[in-house]
Design a binder for this molecule. Structure first.
Ligand code: BES
Ligand code: MN
Ligand code: ZN
Length: 501
């Protein structure tokens, strides 16, 4: 889909559909909506009077113009309560109306800048949100099945001539954000027989070539030499060779500081010998969503030419049972020398991240941010709307929450209580890989904290948010690509401040 800014009289725009909006409880439409209402001989105000249009968030009403306007359809998008309006609602509303208009066989859609009038949103931000909302809301994973509907070919964003540069810039940035998110969604939606650790490494290499990033991949021999026993332990049950993928972006060569973004890349998590129930096991192809997000974020960060240095580290493995597999009771030695008693082979994410974090610390990367579909417990605690955020550094946590508030990828900070460390104590090794029944997202985070020394670090548990089983706003069924936009926004913000201050 092509998205572009256009300047022109709203009632003369040539497109299959024209999108205007209104807030909840508005009885008399204003601005562009009023102009369209007039051209339609008061059809919009009549539908408001009759209670069909309420302006509720997510409500999209289609009015057929029958020749009164060049557009075949006028869509009124409800923006919800004015005092609750924000940028993410622009994304959501855009996702909703875009899908409805695609269903109605519209090939070209023109929309006003939602919220840029009385909604007090900057035109550039509105254009960026419209771009992200439409590209992500219309996303389809089409590799194995033809899409149900014809795609919308063009989205025209109507602006004043004075706003044209800002709107075009917003569209440009939104495209970069959305396209990177699509890279992550495509990787996560791909089944595990395709998206193997080796395939992830290939995609990383292609990304590196495209954006001139440093690319390095460690294979099991390198891992052995470096003492990555935890990562190798998880990999041992699968015939897919593990890969530790690194992508390096140098956007600020004058600085000696480099941040580390890490992502869990379990291409399939059967649970291993501690095998999961078969029902829903297929969902565990999503267990590399953190790794995909980190890779895609690096693409966006490089594309935006962010003034920052970042190394992405993705431990990629498959967790399967076999004659060579890791067993409960086994003891592994991680790269930093700590010994780990295996209680459950299904708590594999923390094992591969233990070595990846040690590797990051050894390279003096700081701050560190890891993204992982780590625990079912996090999904139980926060549901599917919030990712769990854990950090040993409040300034870093605040930066991440600030970035997440901008992108609409909601996060909730969770504690790292000293007294819960007790749960990870082992009788015969330095640490064990599971805690007891309660607080599982926290004990998993506390386990990771054993491998970061005192480096500023944040862990984001995306087990609840990495995929969706419903379609709403700019989220569609399947992978969400969560984290890509927030990590990119975080990089932009850290670059602006010259690091973590
Ligand atoms: N990949 C899973 C976590 C997960 C669960 C992600 C549901 C997405 C949806 C992780 O490797 C896992 O299996 N965790 C175990 C930990 C337990 C053995 C301590 C869990 O959550 O059950
Ligand atoms: Mn697991
Ligand atoms: Zn897992």
């Amino acid at each position: 889909m092509e998205i572009k800014a256009v300047v022109g009289d709203i009632t003369e725009i040539q497109a299959d559909a024209l999108v205007v909006n209104l807030f909840e409880e508005v009885k008399q439409p204003g601005g562009a909506t009023a102009a369209v209402d007039k051209a339609l001989d008061g059809a919009v105000s009549q539908l408001i009077d009759q209670g069909e249009i309420k302006g509720k968030l997510g409500e999209v009403t289609l009015i057929h113009t029958l020749g009164k306007l060049p557009a075949r359809i006028v869509a009124t998008a409800g923006l919800g309560k004015k005092e609750e309006f924000n940028l993410d609602k622009v994304r959501r509303v855009t996702g909703d109306f875009s899908r409805l208009l695609r269903k109605s066989n519209c090939h070209s859609v023109a929309t006003i800048l939602h919220g840029a009038g009385t909604g007090s949103i900057e035109p550039q931000d509105s254009a960026e949100a419209i771009t992200e909302g439409s590209l992500l809301g219309l996303y389809n994973f089409t590799r194995y099945k033809k899409p149900e509907y014809e795609e919308i070919a063009e989205m025209l964003v109507i602006s004043d001539s004075s706003q044209l540069t800002a709107v075009s810039r917003g569209i440009g940035n939104g495209k970069i954000m959305a396209e990177a998110t699509v890279i992550a969604r495509d990787m996560v939606n791909e089944p595990a027989n395709q998206m193997t650790p080796a395939r992830m490494a290939e995609i990383a290499e292609e990304t590196a070539n495209k954006y001139d990033l440093e690319f390095k991949v460690l294979d099991s021999r390198d891992m052995e030499a470096m003492g990555m026993g935890a990562l190798l332990g998880v990999a041992s049950g699968s015939s897919q060779p593990p890969k530790l993928i690194t992508l390096g972006y140098k956007g600020n060569p004058d600085s000696r500081n480099t941040a580390g973004f890490l992502g869990k890349g379990v291409t399939f998590d059967s649970g291993g010998i501690s095998i999961k129930p078969s029902e829903g096991m297929g969902e565990m192809k999503d267990d590399m969503a953190g790794g995909a997000a980190v890779m895609a974020a690096l693409a966006a960060i490089a594309h935006l030419k962010c003034k920052i240095n970042i190394t992405a580290i993705i431990p990629a493995v498959e967790n399967l049972p076999s004659g060579n597999a890791l067993k409960p009771g086994d003891i592994l030695k991680a790269m930093n020398g700590k010994t780990i008693e295996i209680i459950s082979t299904d708590a594999e994410g923390r094992l591969i991240l233990a070595d990846a974090l040690s590797y990051a610390v050894k390279q003096s990367l700081s701050p560190l941010v890891d993204l992982a579909t780590l625990t079912g417990a996090c999904r139980v605690a926060l549901g599917t709307g919030y990712s769990g955020l854990f950090s040993n550094n409040q300034r870093l946590a605040n930066e991440i929450v600030k970035a997440a508030n901008k992108t609409g990828e909601k996060m909730w900070q969770m504690p790292l209580p000293e007294e819960y460390k007790e749960q990870n104590k082992s009788l015969i090794a330095d640490i064990k890989n599971t805690g007891n029944r309660y607080g599982g997202a926290i004990t998993a985070a506390l386990f990771l904290a054993e491998f970061i020394d005192d480096v500023p670090w944040a862990h984001i548990d995306i087990a609840g948010t990495a995929s969706s089983n419903k379609e709403s706003g700019y989220t569609v069924k399947g992978a969400t690509g969560v984290g890509v936009r927030t990590l990119t926004e975080l990089a932009l913000s850290l670059a602006k401040q010259g690091g973590l201050v």
